[in-house]
Design a protein around this ligand. Structure first.
Ligand SMILES: *[C@@H]1O[C@H](CO)[C@@H](O)[C@H](O)[C@H]1NC(C)=O
Length: 213
């Protein structure tokens, strides 16, 4: 019976099967061989299971990385924001004085990547949440007072001021701001003050996104 079982377990027609049938075969030795083979198969099975599960983990990792990359790419779309504009598109002249504060419309657009600055209104509208840098320069003639503030949603952030300089005056200021989508940034000339510009663009307004949040 044991011999028959052994024959069934081994490949039919194999040389071992032939040996088993021969009277010189050592049954104990054959069983030992079988036992050894069985242990090797078990080990192989264990290794295979391990490799398969590692492969699954790798697949998940690759998929996760791919998802992350795609979401980062999506996030980065439309996050290139930078503009610079001079006050007058052409010509030479004073802006002001006005009886009330006046939003300055910088008409000479040097750059407007992302189209967040509107030269019709002088207003920059944040297209993404992030940290931005803005700066503005003003030039005035002797004897005139120049005062300009930078505002965020009608709240003054920082200002420049030059009180009746003898010949002419230059002033500037800049600020790093954390903005939400839709926040509006613009500059205003104070009431009863002047600012001057000509083709050299002494008076300008610039801003850019440092990084999104
Ligand atoms: C203001 O800047 C202009 C342009 O650079 C310069 O010609 C002028 O001398 C400056 N004014 C003063 C008072 O420094």
């Amino acid at each position: 019976m044991a011999v028959l079982l052994l024959v069934l377990l081994l490949c039919a027609g194999s040389s071992i099967a032939q040996d088993v049938l021969s009277p010189t075969v050592n049954i104990i030795a054959e069983f030992k061989k079988l036992n050894h083979m069985d242990r090797r198969i078990q080990k192989l099975e264990e290794t295979l299971t391990k490799v398969l599960s590692e492969n699954e983990a790798l697949k998940t990792l690759v998929q996760d990385s791919q998802n992350k990359l795609e979401s980062l790419q999506k996030e980065n779309e439309g996050k290139k924001v930078a503009f610079s504009a001079g006050l007058l598109a052409s010509g030479t002249g004073q802006t002001g004085p006005f009886s009330d504060s006046k939003t300055l419309e910088y008409k000479k657009v040097f750059s407007n990547v992302g189209n967040a600055y509107d030269s019709n209104t002088g207003i920059f509208t944040a297209p993404v949440k992030g940290v931005y840098y803005f700066r503005f320069y003003g030039h005035c003639h002797g004897g005139t007072t120049m005062a300009i503030s930078l505002l965020k949603n009608s709240q003054t952030q920082c200002s420049l001021h030059d009180w009746k300089p003898a010949s002419n005056g230059n002033a500037s200021n800049g600020v790093v701001l954390t903005l939400e989508i839709g926040d509006q940034i613009y500059t205003q000339l104070w009431r009863n003050t002047w600012v001057y510009d000509d083709p050299a663009s002494y008076t300008s307004f610039s801003g850019f996104l440092i990084f999104p949040l």
